[in-house]
Design a protein around this ligand. Structure first.
Ligand code: KG4
Ligand code: ZN
Length: 351
């Protein structure tokens, strides 16, 4: 896709974004890891179509995502999810490809081979239908999942928790964000998946560990909360503590549910403790949770308890917590200051 001549779209010409005064329909594609997804969203909030093809079953047999296989599966699914998203939009409100305001795609962070499939599809659609292209950061997109079907407006404090990231983010405006703290080692989702593997749960371990934790005693074992400066986190020591605990029991007698519940208690209280400090210091009255781990029952429970202290709490419904393209479309609408170069490249790690 290199060196294709850019057509210059300007925001004045293509009226887009919350201040444009025009209805926008953005089609977005997401393929950063193991979900191939396509969605059409009206004005950043109203989901017209939302299609996700998950590869979980394929990767489960290997105990984790195999990048090469994931990229090939994206290739198999990409045209199907795009067609289905167009079909749903046509059937529900009569929207055709020519009515799409702009085409967006996730540029990173993620698995490069996977990102290339979705991004090139988004670019091809933009070129084919002669519309602007918008490249979207996957982490920003997770935050924007909270704009879907809600009236949330910045400023707010956000906790972003996924398989690759753990961050407290001060969202000052639609396009201005400041990362206040992050993990210095494992991300929360990564810690969940690693601990799940330690106790013999199949991939993806996070949701399974969560389920078992709900049946255990969260105070059965006191696990160490890492002492890290400011709003930063560390979860690798906790993982080692769980390993030690697991080894202290004969396999048949391992109190799996209590270990899960104690781990979940330690993680959720660490996260919410620091998040609460950040909100109090900011003076904001709104708090948001995002990312795949935002599906976690105990983290949700503890964050929603902040409603009793007068805060508005937002957490996406499950379908917008894990990877999807509706959040990417919303992000393209709210975060876009300019359109992107059609030669924009993918990136694997946070820049
Ligand atoms: O955001 P996401 O879908 O993909 C990344 O961008 O990383 O997050 C996936 C992560 C995985 O580590 C998965 O185990 C974790 O989110 N996860 C959970 C739960 N549901 C998903 N972790 C804990 N409890 C859950 N209920
Ligand atoms: Zn994600």
């Amino acid at each position: 896709m290199k060196n294709i001549k850019n057509k210059l779209f300007s925001k004045e010409l293509v009226k887009i974004g919350p201040d444009s005064g025009y209805d926008n329909y953005i089609m977005a594609i997401e393929s950063s890891c193991d979900e191939t997804a396509c969605a059409i969203v009206k004005n950043g909030r109203e989901v017209i179509s939302n299609v996700v093809a998950s590869q979980i079953k394929t990767h489960a047999q290997f105990g984790g995502v195999i990048p090469e296989i994931a990229a090939r599966e994206h290739l198999d699914s990409i045209n199907i999810v795009i067609e289905e998203a167009f079909k749903q939009a046509k059937e529900s409100i009569g929207i055709e490809p020519k009515d799409i305001t702009a085409f967006a795609g996730t540029v990173g962070p993620g698995l490069v081979g996977c990102l290339l499939v979705g991004l090139n599809a988004a670019k091809t659609l933009a070129l084919t239908y002669d519309k602007p292209f918008i490249g979207v950061n996957h982490l920003n997109a997770h935050l924007c999942g909270n704009y879907l079907d809600t009236d949330l407006k910045p400023p707010f404090m956000a906790l972003l928790v996924s398989g690759g990231h753990t961050q407290i983010i001060d969202v000052k405006s639609y396009s201005e964000q400041n990362i206040l703290g992050e993990t210095i080692d494992d991300a929360v989702g990564e810690a969940y998946d690693k601990v799940a593997r330690l106790i013999g749960l199949p991939y993806p371990g996070g949701p399974k560990l969560d389920k078992l934790a709900q049946e255990g005693n969260p105070y059965a074992f006191k696990l160490p909360e890492a002492k890290v400066d400011g709003y930063n986190f560390s979860f690798s020591g906790l993982k080692t503590a769980v390993l030690r605990l697991v080894k202290s029991f004969p396999e048949q007698e391992m109190p799996v549910k209590d270990i899960c519940a104690s781990f979940q208690e330690c993680v959720s209280s660490t996260l919410v403790h620091k998040l609460k400090k950040a909100i109090e210091n900011s003076g904001y009255k709104q708090v948001v949770i995002a990312g795949g781990v935002a599906a976690n029952s105990e983290i949700r429970k503890k964050i929603f308890a902040l409603e009793n202290e007068g805060y508005r709490v937002f957490a996406p419904p499950m379908k917008y917590c894990t990877d999807n393209a509706a959040m990417v479309a919303s992000c393209a609408y709210f975060n876009t200051n300019t359109f992107d170069d059609i030669n924009t490249e993918v990136f694997s790690r946070v820049k």
